[in-house]
Design a protein around this ligand. Structure first.
Ligand SMILES: *Cc1c(COP(=O)(O)O)cnc(C)c1O
Length: 391
């Protein structure tokens, strides 16, 4: 099997699993108790919190564990909207956010909030002048993703942070794809809130965190016990938190070397596809791009058919359709960068990992070339196109 869907989820690293296991079998105590067994859990939670805080240049008490990236996004947006409603009810985000942000904003619109969805250019980049122009006296939050999960484009986060700070508006970023792949310092980038998730960086699923800068008046997400400084009740997922801590430590300590290798392989794959397969192009910015992301559009091809045929060759990839929802709507991200519906349908996302090799990519390009030829041979649109060329 060649797994190239690391933007969807990653393999849990063996050392992450090893670190988690004792917290199921041996150290199963509730961290809120005072006897020794519970304090083992408490220590492990504190340790993970310290690792993450250090990784972001944040303070330990600014890290709040959640059940993943979606929860962190929901919390950041809904709870600031509620807490700052007296100041205003206007939120700014982009058209290319993950659904955890977009659907949360749509929900808030139904609750009487107003949301501006910023456009992006052909590369997926936000226009800073458009952002400045969108800020009003009643704007309470800017939520812009660090890096896009489909096309890999990395947004100008520092510039966005500076604008937000200057205008006195809170800035949240969904860094689920970027954290562990790109160096992040919340002070240097002027980030007030940041979401991340364990399973996107070789950690476990169902665990993530929200960084909340000290002084922000965000409401509690869950009411109940006093866990997470009374802002997110519920007995802590100790094994998950331990696993997340190890995954973060690992991702940050290996980042430089891993991403250098991934960038090389990423560009190798892009060049080969562009050279070997006609009528295709790269989506997203060529340089301001996640180290492991390749997103391509192929004319006269149905992305879903490509995925099925790749799967038959043992290759896991993803397409530009929102197939998770059971619908075949083209991706909102690809439409936002200006692709036509049929172009968005013919797209393919390949996301690499530290385990990906050059040989894997050679196999993928070989198979892809054959698949694209076969599908085009069956396409009446492609036949029309060829006829048109002969005239
Ligand atoms: C995967 C992802 C999420 C959701 O994270 P979960 O932990 O799966 O809930 C949010 N935002 C982005 C950009 C993602 O890639």
């Amino acid at each position: 099997m060649i797994y190239l869907d690391n933007a969807a989820t990653t393999k849990t690293a063996p050392e992450v699993v090893d670190a988690m296991l004792p917290y199921f079998s041996e150290y199963y105590g509730n961290a809120s108790t005072i006897y020794g067994l519970g304090s083992e859990s408490k220590k492990a939670i504190t340790n993970a919190r310290e690792i993450i805080a250090k990784g972001l240049g944040a303070r330990t008490e600014e890290i709040y564990f959640t059940a993943g990236g979606s929860e962190a996004d929901n919390w950041a947006i809904k709870a600031t909207a509620e807490a700052y409603a007296a100041k205003g009810k206007h939120i700014i985000t982009t058209k290319i956010e993950h659904h955890a942000v977009l659907h949360t904003c749509e929900y808030l619109e139904k609750q009487g909030y107003e949301v501006t969805y910023l456009n992006v250019d052909r590369d997926g980049l936000v226009d800073l002048e458009e952002l400045k122009g969108a800020i009003r006296s009643d704007t309470i939050l800017i939520s812009i993703m660090f890096a896009n999960n489909e096309i890999g484009t990395i947004e100008p986060i520092k510039e966005i942070g500076e604008i937000a700070k200057e205008k006195g508006v809170l800035f949240h970023t969904d860094a689920v794809q970027a954290f562990g792949q790109v160096p992040i310092n919340v002070d240097e980038l002027h980030i007030d809130m940041l979401s991340a998730s364990g399973h996107k960086l070789n950690g476990p699923k169902g665990i993530g965190f929200l960084y909340i800068r000290t002084g922000i008046k965000i409401r509690s997400f869950l009411h109940g016990g006093a866990q997470e400084r009374s802002r997110r009740a519920g007995t802590e997922n100790v094994p998950g938190i331990v696993g997340l801590g190890v995954a973060v430590e690992r991702a940050i300590s290996t980042m430089e070397e891993r991403t250098r290798k991934e960038i090389e392989l990423r560009d190798y794959l892009i060049q080969h596809v562009e050279k070997e397969i006609p009528h295709c192009w790269l989506n997203g910015h060529r340089k301001k791009r996640l180290p492991n992301n390749v997103n391509l559009s192929f004319l006269y091809i149905e992305g879903e058919s490509m995925l099925i045929m790749l799967d038959m060759k043992g290759i896991c990839a993803s397409s530009g359709s929102a197939c998770t929802s059971g619908s075949l709507d083209p991706s909102h991200v690809l439409l936002a960068i200006g692709l036509k519906h049929e172009e968005a349908h013919g797209s393919l996302r390949l996301t690499l990992s530290e385990e990906t090799t050059r040989e894997d990519l050679d196999t993928v390009v070989d198979e892809l070339k054959k698949i694209v030829e076969r599908l085009r041979d069956m396409s009446p649109l492609y036949a029309d196109f060829l006829k048109g060329q002969k005239k």
